[in-house]
Write a protein that binds this ligand. Sequence first.
Ligand code: MLC
Ligand code: AMP
Length: 507
Amino acid sequence: METVTHVRPATTATARHLPLDVLATDVLSEESLPRAWRARWLENPRAVVARTEDGSQIRADELEERSAAVAARLASAGLVAGDRLILSSGPSIDMLVAYVAAHRMSLVVVPVNTAYGPTEIRHVVQNTTPRAAIVDDKRRGQLVSEASTEPIVITGCDVRLPTGGGVPTLDVADRDTPALICHTSGTTGAPKGAVLTSGNLLASAESVRLAWRWSPDDRLILALPLFHLHGLGMGINGSLVSGASIGLIPRFSPEAVADAAQAGGTMFFGVPTMYHRLANGPHLPALRRLRLCVSGSAPLAAQLHAQIESGCGQHVLERYGMTETVITISNPYDGERKPGTVGTPLPGVEVRLATDGLGGAGEIELRGPSVFGGYLNNPTATAESFTHDGWFRTGDLGEFDADGYLAIVGRSKELIISGGYNVYPREVEEVIGRHPAVVEAAVAGRPSEEWGESVVAFVVADGLSSDDVIHWAAERLAPYKRPTEVRFVDALPRNDLGKIRRDQLLS
Ligand code: MLC
Ligand code: AMP
C-alpha cells in the first residue's frame, strides 16, 4: 500500500510551549553552547553552577576560570579544535569542568558508559580515534589506551597535565561545530556514532529552557549518568544555558533525591525506573516540594503516573527524545499533561507520521534544529536514517490524539529499553552465540514493572545451565545488557526467509 504522511504543523503545537510573554523565539540566537553559557556566567558570576552531596560547589566565575585552565592544559598536550576526546566518568565537579573546557576549545566530546568493558570500549575507540581520554578510573584509562592504535593522552578528571604550551582560542564554536558523538544503534546494526553539533545541543537546551520555564532560580536534582543525552544534553546543557544550578547525585537512590528536594531542589529529571522506585518507597512525598518532575528515555506507565500524582501531587511531565535528535516532543508546562503521551513538538520541531495511507499509527519522523546531521564515518547508515525529503526516521511508532498529543505506541526498530538504557538484541545474541556450546540464541524484552523491559535470552544449546549463559554474557557485556532470564528452546521461531521472529519469542 502507498505510504502517505500526515504532517503536524509546528506552529500551533509549538505555541503551546512558549510562555505568554514570548511571542517568537530563535532557539539558535546564541549560536553555540559555549557562547550561551558564557553569557549566563557574565550575567551572574557569583551564581553557584553546581554542588555535590559532600558540600563542594563551583560558581560561574570559577567555572569560567577553571575550564579555561583545563583547556590550556589540553592544548599544551597537543589537542586542537576538532580533536575527539573521550569522557568517561561518574558525575563530579571536576568532570563538569572538563566537559565545559572541551566545548570551549571546540573538541568533540565522546561520552563513554562507565560500566563498559574491553569490547565495548574498543568499538568506541576504533570508531572515533580520539586524541585524549578523561576518565575517573585507571583501569578504564588503560583499556582506552590499549584499544587505541595512535598515541593518546589519558588523564583523570582533574586533568593534571603540564601547562605552558599553546593557549587555545576559546568560545568560537558556531552552530555547525561538531560537539558530541554519542553511540547508539539507531534503527539497525552495530553501535554508530551520532555526531551532534553545538547548534543541535543549544537548540534542544534552549527549547526546553523556554518550554519548562527554566530560570536562574532553579536547582536541578540530577541523579542521571552523564554519558547519555538525558543527563548530559538535558540536565547539564539545559542548566548551563538557563543559568540554573545543578545538584549532582553520583548514584541514584530515592533517599538522595528526597534529601536534595528537602535541601531546596526545584526540579527532578528521571527515567521511569527511578520514578517506580520513588513511588514504591517512603520518599515519594518529598517530591511534593518540587516545581517540576520530568520523565523520559522510556515509556512512563499511565498507572505509575497516577500513583505518583496520588502520592505527592506531582503531574509528571513526560517528554520524548533520542540520541540523534536530543529532546523534541514534550507535554506542556502550562496545560494538560496527558499520561501515556509525550505531548507536542518543542519550539522549532516538526513531526509527521509515515502511515500506511489510512491514518492512525505510523513511524515518527522529525525535522528541526536539534536533529543531527549523520553518523561518524557511516554515510550508508546516515542515508538510511533520513527520508528522501530530509526527515529523520526515529524507528518509533506514534499516534496523535484529537488534541495533537503524540503517544508512542511501539517500535519498528529492534531495541530493548531496560531502566532507560538501550540494549540492542543483536549485540547480546552475538556474544551468547560465541559460546562454544551454543547452537543459536535470540534475545527479547520481557515487560517489567520496575525496569520497563528486562532482557530474556532464548538459547538452543546442549548441557548448559542458565547461570553458565548469564555468567558468559556478564564477562563480556556491561551489566545492564546481560540476560536476567534464560529459556532453553529446541529451535528459534523463524519466518519463510529464515529470519528470527523476535516478536514470537515471548508469545
Ligand atoms: C543497573 N543495572 C541494570 C540497569 N542499571 N540492569 C538492567 N537495566 C538497567 N538500566 C544492574 C546493576 O548493574 C546491578 O547489577 C543490578 O542491575 C541492580 O542494580 P541497582 O543498584 O538496583 O541499579 P542502579 O545502579 O540503582 O541503576 C538503576 C538506574 C540506572 C535506574 C539508576 O539504570 C540508571 O541510571 N538509568 C538511567 C539510564 C539513562 O540515563 N538513560 C538515558 C539514555 S538517553 P549487579 O549484578 O551488580 O547486581 C535517551 C534519550 C532520552 O534515552 O530520551 O532521554
Ligand atoms: P536513545 O537511542 O538512547 O537516545 O534512546 C531513544 C529511544 O528511547 C527512543 O527512540 C524511544 O524508543 C525511547 N524513548 C525516549 N523517550 C521516551 C518516552 N517518553 N516514551 C517512550 N519511549 C521513549
